[in-house]
Design a protein around this ligand. Structure first.
Ligand code: SF4
Length: 264
């Protein structure tokens, strides 16, 4: 066999491989887009493991196609977070409360928060200007550690120091998506809660959803917060703490300046 025939054979194999990869890429992208559209319409997730795999490798083209359909990019992030939550719910719920760690973003604090920054994050003083103090009390009563993180480096340090066996993270789409993916890659069961209102300061979280995930534990059967009136009332009370302390525009601007100067 001469050199020309060998090269032609290699080119043929390479071409066939590229054609196969291209067709598979298009097919998987279509499945990813279909999953996102079904999720958008029904909040149902079809074949979660396959969906997560597709979105992990083809997130950019799926986002682009959805953008072409005029659908917000957040749909894909939401879907990825929901799928990851679903896949890890069982192992997260099996983890004892004392072996879990919760990371809250510092932007949830009231702009007039008096809490100091310490080597283990911002130390809430429970002043009642926002709901973090009450949420922290609820979690710590169960034995779960709570950290208020000024940045992602704190999360890595605290995970290294305390070795939690499961993580619950709160943040914007990007933070929750990247953070839960990273922690899942360390083999830790994760749950993520996306902020209702994001931004740099004075953000909001769905307290009901957060408390439900904090309290969920397989030893007590599947916990449904909607069946626990006392807890629901507590969640409403905690939510009101943010309402009462809602920041003015001037306070928000001051808080952003402070945070940019690294005082937070
Ligand atoms: S309750 Fe909120 S505002 Fe008050 S110290 Fe704690 S984090 Fe800061």
């Amino acid at each position: 066999m001469d050199l020309f025939s060998i090269l032609a054979g290699l080119a043929l194999v390479l071409g066939a491989f590229m054609l196969f990869a291209g067709v598979m890429g298009i097919l998987l992208t279509v499945v990813g887009v279909a999953s996102a559209l079904i999720f958008l319409k029904t909040r149902q997730i079809i074949v979660p493991r396959v969906t997560l795999f597709i979105l992990n490798i083809l997130e950019a083209p799926v986002r682009y196609m959805l953008w072409m359909f005029g659908i917000e990019e957040d749909v894909v992030s939401n879907l990825v977070i929901e799928v990851r939550n679903l896949l890890y719910t069982r192992s997260y719920n099996k983890t004892p409360y004392k072996d879990r760690a919760i990371f809250l973003p510092q932007c949830l604090r009231n702009p007039k928060c008096p809490a100091p920054l310490t080597p283990e994050g911002i130390k809430c003083m429970g002043c009642g200007r926002c709901g973090i103090g009450a949420i922290k009390d609820e979690a710590e009563r169960l034995g779960t550690r709570v950290f208020i993180a000024p940045g992602s480096s704190l999360i890595k340090r605290m995970v290294k120091k305390y070795r939690p066996k499961a993580i619950l993270g709160v943040g914007c789409h990007m933070e929750v998506n990247e953070g839960t993916a990273k922690m899942a890659s360390y083999g830790l069961p994760v749950q993520g809660v996306v902020l209702d209102r994001d931004g740099c300061v004075d953000t909001r979280v769905n307290v009901l959803e957060l408390l439900e995930r904090i309290k969920s534990h397989s030893a007590y059967g599947r916990y449904h917060i909607e069946e626990d009136l006392e807890f629901q009332e507590k969640a409403v009370e905690i939510s009101k703490l943010w309402g009462a302390g809602s920041a003015t525009e001037v306070e928000i601007i001051e808080a952003v300046k402070k945070s940019e100067k690294g005082k937070w």
